[in-house]
Design a protein around this ligand. Structure first.
Ligand code: COA
Ligand code: AMP
Length: 633
C-alpha cells in the first residue's frame, strides 16, 4: 500500500491539528486573520475554529476565482433533461447572478445573521440563492422539496426566516409538482410569518402570488443594486440544515463559515482528487447535505466546475442518463448514493447504455449516504472500470469522516464493504456502551475523539443543550456518530447500522419516530411502531404496524390507506411510506418497551433471539406472517 502521504497527513491532523489546519486555511482569502486556530475551552462542548478570523464564503467560492483571472472558467452547469435544457455559468456570470439576488435580498431588508428559507427544486437559482445569502452574511436554511407543508412549517417556525425563496414548481421525472401551494400551506400552518417571499416562476407552472407578501424573482433581481460580499466572523453561521432525529422534531445542524470553507476546500483535493477547472458532479439535491457541500460549496471553493442535475438516474429518459451527463460535461468524478446505482443496475443490468458514451475523462465514482452492498460496488467497478469508493459521512459532519483519500495517495486499497480509512481531521474510535474503547474488529458505537475537525457542526440551531445531549454527553470526550460498526486491524472503518431510529430510504435520511407520531395522530390508532425493512433498490423502506383503539370496527384496508396518505401529506412523498398493517398487539417487554429491534430482525428475515422478558411471544408470529417472513427464532 502506497499510503505514505495519507498516513502522514492523518497523523499530523490528529497530533497537531492547529498546524495542520492553519496550513490548509492559507489557501483561502481572509479579510482578517484568525486570533486562534482552535479554541476548545469547554471540553463538554464543540471546538471553535478560526475564532477572530473574518471571511466571506461566497467571495471564496466565486469572486476569488474571478479576481484570480479565472472569470471565464465554467463554474456551474445546470443540466435538466426534464426541461430539455443545459445552462452554463462562468465564475463571472455566477458572481453577477449572485450579487444581483443578494441585492434583492438586501432590498427586502435581509442583513447579516437574518435567516432565509430556501424551498426550491434543482434549478441553478437554488445554488445562486444559497450563495447570495452567504454573500451578505444571511443564514440560509434549505428545505428539501420532497417534504410536505407541515415539515416545511416546522422548519420555518424553528429558523424564523425574514424571507423565503421559492419557485413555482419542481419536476419529478415527468410530473410537475407545484411548490407554491405547499409553501402557502406551510405559511398558513406556521406561527412565524416571514416578511416576504420571492418566487421564481418556471414556464411549466405559474404560481399565484399573494399581494404584499410575494414577489416575482426576476422583477426583484432586475430592480436590485448588486450587493458586494460582506465579511463575517469565521464562527458565524453560514447555514442551518434540518435533519431527521429520533423524534418528529428535526435537528437544525449549524454550519459555520470559516471551518466549513477550510475543510471543504481541503476535502476536494484530499478526498476527491479534484483541482481547479476539473468537473465534479454530485448527483444529489441541494436540500441534502451532499448538495450543500458537494454541489455548491466545495467544488466552487476549489475552483472546480460543478454539475447540477435536474433529473433521475433512470427514466429521464433512460438508465444511460448518468453516462450521458458525465460524457457531455467531461465529468472527472461523480458522487451519488448507492441507491441510484441500484436503480440503474435494475433497469440495465448489463450496462448496455454505457456503450453510447465517451467517459474518457471519468476517473472515479464515490458513493455515500447509506450502506452500500458489495454487489453494487462490484457491478459499478466492472462496468465503469474506475475506482468505486464508498465513503461515510453525515449531515452533522458536512464532509467525509472516512473514505479513501485518492488525492493524497492514488494507490490506497479499497476494501469492498468498508467505508475506508479515517479522513485527516477525524480520530475515529469504537467504544462499548460504557464508553470503553474496544479492540480492533470488535463491533460497537463509532465515535470521533474531540476536538471535531473544522466544518463539523458547532451546535444545533437555538438548541445548545440538545446538541450536547444528542452528540457529546453520552461518551465524554467523544462525538457520538449514531452509527455502529468496527475498525479492522488496518484501520479500515466498517459502518454497519444506526444505533437509533433513523433509517435511510433511497439515500434519504428519515426518522421512524416522526412517522410514528403521524400514525399515532390517526383517530383510530391506539399505538404503533414503524420499522425499516430491507429493499433491493432503496436500501430500506418503512413499514408501519398499528394497534387500533378498542371498538374501532372500520375496514382495515381503508384505515391503512388513510395512514399512508397521512404520512405523505404530513411528512412528504420522500418518506416512501407505502406499507402498513393492523396488528392485535405490539410485541413488548413486560415493562412495556416495544421490541423494535426484534421486529426489525424478523422483517429482514433473521431469526432473532426473543428476549426472555417478552410479554406475549405469539405476537411475533403474527407480525412475521404479516411481513411475509417466516421465522421468529
Ligand atoms: N420534490 C418533490 N417530490 C420529490 C422530490 C422533490 N425534490 N424528490 C423525491 N420526491 C418524491 C418522488 O417523486 C417520489 O414520489 P412518489 O411516491 O409519488 O413516486 C417520492 O418522493 C420518493 O422519492 P425517491 O425515494 O427519490 O424515489 P423515486 O422512485 O422517485 O426515485 C431513485 C428512486 C433511486 C431513482 C432516487 O431516489 C434517486 O435518484 N436517488 C439518488 C440518491 C439521492 O439523490 N440521494 C440523496 C442523498 S445523497
Ligand atoms: P445524512 O445525514 O443524511 O448524510 O445521513 C447520515 C447517515 O447515513 C450516517 O449516519 C449513516 O447511518 C448513513 N451513511 C452515510 N454514508 C454511509 C456509508 N458510506 N456507509 C454506511 N452508512 C452510511
Amino acid at each position: 500500500m502506497t499510503d505514505g502521504e495519507y498516513r502522514r497527513q492523518h497523523r499530523t491532523s490528529i497530533d497537531n491539528p492547529t498546524a495542520f489546519w492553519a496550513e490548509q486555511a492559507e489557501a483561502l482569502h481572509w479579510d482578517r486573520r484568525w486570533d486562534s486556530i482552535l479554541t476548545h475551552d469547554d471540553p463538554d462542548g464543540a471546538p471553535h475554529w478560526f475564532a477572530g478570523g473574518r471571511l466571506n464564503t461566497c467571495h471564496n467560492a466565486v469572486d476569488r476565482h474571478v479576481e484570480a483571472g479565472r472569470g471565464d472558467t465554467l463554474a456551474l452547469i445546470h443540466d435538466s433533461p426534464v426541461t430539455d435544457s443545459v445552462t452554463r455559468y462562468t465564475f463571472r456570470e455566477l458572481r453577477d447572478a449572485t450579487a444581483a439576488l443578494a441585492g434583492a435580498l438586501r432590498a427586502h431588508g435581509v442583513g447579516t445573521g437574518d435567516r432565509v428559507v430556501i424551498y426550491m427544486p434543482m434549478v441553478a437559482e437554488a445554488a445562486i440563492a444559497m450563495l447570495a445569502c452567504a454573500r451578505i452574511g444571511a443564514v440560509h436554511s434549505v428545505v428539501f422539496g420532497g417534504f410536505a407543508a407541515p415539515e416545511l412549517a416546522k422548519r420555518i417556525d424553528d429558523a424564523r426566516p425574514k424571507l423565503i425563496l421559492s419557485a413555482s414548481c419542481g419536476i419529478e421525472g415527468s410530473r410537475v409538482i407545484a411548490y407554491k401551494p405547499l409553501l402557502d400551506a406551510a405559511l398558513e400552518g406556521a406561527s412565524h410569518k416571514p416578511e416576504a417571499c420571492i418566487v421564481l416562476q418556471r414556464p411549466q407552472c405559474a404560481a399565484a402570488l399573494t399581494a404584499g407578501r410575494d414577489h416575482d424573482w426576476r422583477e426583484a433581481v432586475s430592480a436590485a443594486e448588486p450587493a458586494e460580499c460582506v465579511p463575517v466572523a469565521a464562527t458565524d453561521p453560514l447555514y442551518v440544515l434540518y435533519t431527521s432525529g429520533t423524534t418528529g422534531r428535526p435537528k437544525g445542524v449549524v454550519r459555520d463559515n470559516g471551518g466549513h470553507a477550510v475543510a471543504l476546500h481541503y476535502s476536494m483535493r484530499a478526498v476527491y482528487d479534484m483541482g481547479p477547472g476539473e468537473v465534479f458532479w454530485a448527483a444529489s439535491d441541494v436540500g441534502w447535505v451532499v448538495g450543500h457541500s458537494y454541489i455548491v460549496y466545495a467544488p466552487l471553493l476549489a475552483g472546480c466546475t460543478t454539475v447540477m442535475y435536474e433529473g433521475k438516474p433512470v427514466g429521464t429518459p433512460d438508465a444511460g442518463a448518468f453516462w450521458r451527463v458525465a460524457a457531455d460535461h467531461g465529468v472527472k468524478a461523480l458522487f451519488t448514493a448507492p441507491t441510484a446505482f441500484r436503480a440503474i443496475k435494475k433497469e440495465d443490468p448489463k450496462g448496455e447504455h454505457l456503450a453510447r458514451y465517451d467517459l474518457s475523462a471519468f476517473e472515479a465514482l464515490y458513493l455515500a449516504g447509506e450502506r452500500c452492498d458489495p454487489d453494487t460496488i462490484t457491478w459499478a467497478g466492472d462496468l465503469l472500470k474506475v475506482p468505486v469508493i464508498d465513503h461515510w459521512w453525515q449531515t452533522e459532519t458536512g464532509w467525509p469522516i472516512a473514505g479513501i483519500c485518492r488525492g493524497l495517495d492514488a494507490g490506497l486499497d479499497v476494501r469492498i464493504g468498508s467505508a475506508g480509512l479515517p479522513v485527516p481531521g477525524y480520530d475515529i474510535a469504537v467504544v462499548d456502551d460504557d464508553g470503553r474503547p474496544l479492540e480492533r474488529d470488535a463491533i460497537g458505537n463509532i465515535v470521533v475523539r474531540q476536538p471535531l475537525p473544522p466544518g463539523t457542526l458547532p451546535t444545533l440551531w437555538r438548541d445548545e443543550d440538545g446538541f450536547r445531549e444528542h452528540y457529546l454527553a453520552r461518551f465524554p470526550g467523544y462525538y457520538l456518530t449514531g452509527d455502529a460498526g468496527r475498525i479492522d486491524a488496518d484501520g479500515y472503518v466498517w459502518v454497519m447500522s444506526r444505533i437509533d431510529d433513523i433509517i435511510n430510504v433511497a439515500g434519504h435520511r428519515l426518522s421512524t419516530g416522526a412517522m410514528e407520531e403521524v400514525l399515532a395522530g390517526h383517530p383510530d390508532v391506539a399505538e404503533c411502531a414503524v420499522i425499516a425493512v430491507a429493499d433491493a433498490t432503496k436500501g430500506q423502506l418503512p413499514v408501519g404496524m398499528v394497534v387500533l383503539k378498542a371498538g374501532v370496527e372500520r375496514d382495515h384496508d381503508t384505515i391503512v390507506e388513510e395512514l399512508i396518505a397521512r404520512v405523505r401529506s404530513e411528512i412528504g412523498a420522500v418518506a416512501a411510506f407505502k406499507r402498513a398493517f393492523v396488528v392485535a398487539r405490539l410485541p413488548k417487554t413486560r415493562s412495556g418497551k416495544v421490541l423494535r429491534k426484534t421486529m426489525r430482525a424478523i422483517a429482514n428475515g433473521e431469526s432473532p433471539a426473543v428476549p426472555a422478558t417478552i410479554d406475549d411471544p405469539a405476537i411475533l408470529d403474527e407480525i412475521a406472517g404479516a411481513l411475509g417472513a417466516t421465522e421468529t427464532g
